[in-house]
Design a protein around this ligand. Structure first.
Ligand SMILES: C[S@@+](CC[C@H](N)C(=O)[O-])C[C@H]1O[C@@H](n2cnc3c(N)ncnc32)[C@H](O)[C@@H]1O
Length: 426
């Protein structure tokens, strides 16, 4: 099995003779162009073929790829239209129809905008600045983790005070991707003389969306090996197929020279994204606490002023409210239960309107008038108090027995610890 994870100098139409089990998580590839490029050996797909033969050969390859792909697996294909006999041939769509015959399901059509393509155009034609990226899946239940590639920013002063305005999931990527094509030289001496390798960052984006570390990545037309080396850098296993031996040895040398350093860079980047997770958690904590502060003030303005303490706790429950991201438990200690009904009615109304409806919180309220019952809800671990003026910086750290000594103005209590100074985020 170990021998499988390398580039095979074997025709892609014979993949099934090398890989016999469904072990592939993702295939990322760009097929040889039709009738355009001579890669320098017999039997290559594309060169010297009729269009129908070419499509049939691709079907043969991707049928075998289908068979060796896991049910959760996906296939990314970078492919473009071309001109023949004075008209455009819609290869991406012909290709898509062809491989749907063997079971592949088209899931996304992405436009890859390349900035540094040839600066000229043929007379009377527009300048071509993009290619198609197609995503297919084997089944309806496929790996697709868009959260991995959301656009994040770092914490800013205004999010300390207005955490509800920061989308904790980041910006959803659009279906137009802009990645410059690698320039000559960025891959080392003469390395890309023969082909146009795919941009590393674009491959990384695909790998992040559809794979995890240790997954198996296939490129059935591996060329420069750009996909495979990125897979190796990102701690995935790789399998390649390539007819041109020279390309294979170039790839092996390239990986030997750069592999270690690139893995280090990847590890550093991954650490950065852990920081990102911490940041997202912080935004949610800020929201959970601020929500309590806002609803307390609204109740007070309404004359509902019998609230002694509000205990805020994260809950693992699944949010039910539309547009909510998380569930927060609010245990409200009231002087007497007499106001409870009015408070509840008012709150139900208030949370359905802005600003409270904008917090992404599905709140669960419990009203308690007996202090012992309230104590029973709290944990013995450290707690933090907040006033109804500031919820981005705790006022006091305390344990359960000290609750009774807390100043009256420390209304909000929680195990959530937030300790931010606005000026640190200017
Ligand atoms: C468009 S290029 C791939 C470029 C690659 N994505 C990269 O980043 O460098 C297509 C590759 O398929 C190879 N090829 C053509 N016919 C093949 C076949 N039947 N089996 C395996 N490889 C083939 C060509 O040698 C060429 O390297």
């Amino acid at each position: 099995m170990k021998d499988i994870f390398k580039v095979h100098n074997v025709d892609a139409r014979k993949i099934g003779t090398i890989v016999k089990e469904p072990i592939v998580d993702v295939t990322i590839t760009s097929p040889p162009y039709f009738n355009l490029k001579d890669y320098g050996y017999k039997n290559q797909i594309g060169f010297g073929q009729k269009y129908n033969e070419y499509l049939e050969d691709l079907r043969l390859v991707f049928e075998q790829v289908f068979d060796i792909t896991k049910d959760s697996g996906t296939l990314w294909v970078i492919i473009d239209t071309f001109r023949k006999d004075g008209e455009v041939v819609p290869l991406p769509f012909d290709f898509s129809n062809k491989i749907s015959e063997v079971g592949w399901k088209l899931q996304e059509v992405i436009i890859w905008g390349k900035d540094r393509t040839v600066p000229w155009a043929h007379k009377g034609q527009m300048r071509s600045l993009f290619e198609y990226v197609l995503l297919f899946s084997k089944t309806k239940n496929y790996n697709f983790n868009i959260d991995k590639v959301r656009d994040f920013q770092s914490l800013k002063k205004w999010w300390v005070k207005y955490p509800e305005r920061y989308n904790p999931k980041g910006k959803t990527p659009e279906a137009i991707w802009n990645f410059d094509i690698p320039m000559q030289g960025s891959w080392g001496k003469g390395y890309i003389k023969h082909f146009c390798p795919l941009p590393e960052d674009m491959i990384a984006q695909m790998l992040k969306i559809t794979t995890e570390e240790n997954d198996v990545v296939l490129d059935c037309f591996s060329g420069s090996g750009a996909v495979l080396s990125k897979a190796d850098n990102m701690k995935r296993r790789y399998i390649g197929f390539e007819l041109n031996e020279d390309y294979i040895s170039m790839f092996n040398n390239y990986l030997k020279e750069t592999g270690k350093q690139k893995r280090k860079e990847y590890e550093l980047e991954e650490k950065g994204s852990m920081e990102q997770n911490k940041f997202q958690k912080l935004i949610l904590d800020l929201r959970a606490l601020k929500f309590a502060r806002l609803f307390y003030r609204k109740l007070k303005a309404e004359g509902l002023d019998e609230i002694i303490k509000i205990h805020v706790e994260r809950s693992q429950a699944t949010p039910q409210k539309v547009n909510s991201l998380f569930v927060i438990q609010y245990d409200v200690l009231v002087k007497s239960i007499s106001q409870k009904n009015r408070i509840e009615t008012f709150l139900n109304h208030a949370i359905s309107k802005a600003p409270l409806s904008k917090f992404g919180i599905d709140p669960r309220f419990r009203f308690i008038s007996n202090i012992n019952d309230f104590y029973d809800l709290l944990s013995n671990k450290k707690l933090y108090s907040y006033t109804t003026q500031v919820t981005h910086k705790f006022k006091k750290e305390f344990v359960l027995e000290e609750l009774i000594d807390l100043p009256k103005s420390d209304i909000i209590i929680s195990r959530i610890k937030v300790n931010l100074d606005e000026k640190d985020y200017e």
